[in-house]
Design a binder for this molecule. Structure first.
Ligand code: PGA
Length: 249
């Protein structure tokens, strides 16, 4: 089923003190936002802390990354089952910062999606093109390849269990969001791709937009029926901004 998801990716930001302030404001406002699903993605080491702060609230919890391995001698890695154990329901997989800065490949991203699904997590699979790729008219082929490797790994029957976030790399952290028209074109392409994999369940996948979403542009994205939610980076570190975006739904 398609849900309105407002996801806050904190990236490598926060402290116990800052998290307490941020989450208490969001938690207090969350009961009035029951028509949307607010999900916070703190750094791993704060998952447990944030899990306690959101107890008795509708706010959801997710991680920013996950290992493709189940358990074992993988120093520094975090297994999907551990994320479940810490109260996560979601995990971001294949964020462009992971792909570009930490050399994640389509193959490892697909394995991570599979590991997340096997543990009962909902993966938020990030896809999107770089500026040079857009300029060369390659947006759809880049996004298709990113989706295809995941579908091949997890199987068509599991597609309905994934959330897709379209995040053009050139829009992330730049203050230069894609236009709603650009988002609509790529979301329609992603929807058609998913429907070609599984005609019935492809329709039920939530497709988010991410990249410089702010309070002043959020409503323009939500005005498009193809946008099921947003993945927010910078603006998710401010409770008023994060909540203003959620209210814009
Ligand atoms: P931004 O980040 O909102 O700061 O552009 C989005 C993201 O990385 O998901």
């Amino acid at each position: 089923m398609r849900h309105k998801i407002i996801a806050g990716n904190w990236k490598m930001h926060g402290s116990r003190e800052q998290n307490s302030l941020l989450v208490s404001s969001i938690a207090a406002a969350s009961h009035a936002l029951s028509h949307v699903r607010l999900v916070l993605f703190p750094p791993f080491v704060y998952l447990d802390h944030v899990a306690r702060l959101i107890t008795q609230t509708p706010v959801g919890l997710g991680a920013q990354n996950v290992s493709q391995y189940d358990c074992g001698a993988y120093t520094g890695e975090i297994a999907a089952s551990m994320l479940r154990d810490c109260g996560c329901d979601y995990v971001i997989v294949g964020h462009s910062e992971r792909r570009q800065l930490f050399n994640e490949t389509s193959a490892s991203v697909a394995q991570k999606v599979l590991a997340a699904l096997n543990a009962g997590l909902t993966p938020i699979l990030c896809v999107g093109e770089m500026l040079t790729e857009r300029e060369r008219g390659l947006t759809e082929s880049v996004v298709a390849a990113q989706l295809q490797s995941v579908v091949e790994c997890v199987g068509a029957a599991n597609v309905a269990r994934i959330v897709v976030a379209y995040e053009p790399v050139w829009a992330i952290g730049t203050g230069k969001a894609a236009t709603p028209e650009q988002v609509e074109v790529v979301h329609a392409f992603i929807r058609a791709f998913l429907a070609s994999v599984d005609r019935v369940h492809g329709e039920s996948v939530s497709i988010l937009y991410g990249g410089s979403v702010k309070p002043d542009n959020a409503a323009s994205f939500f005005a498009r029926p193809c946008v099921d939610g947003v993945l927010i980076g910078g603006a998710s570190l401010s409770a008023p901004d994060f909540l203003a975006i959620a209210h814009a739904t």
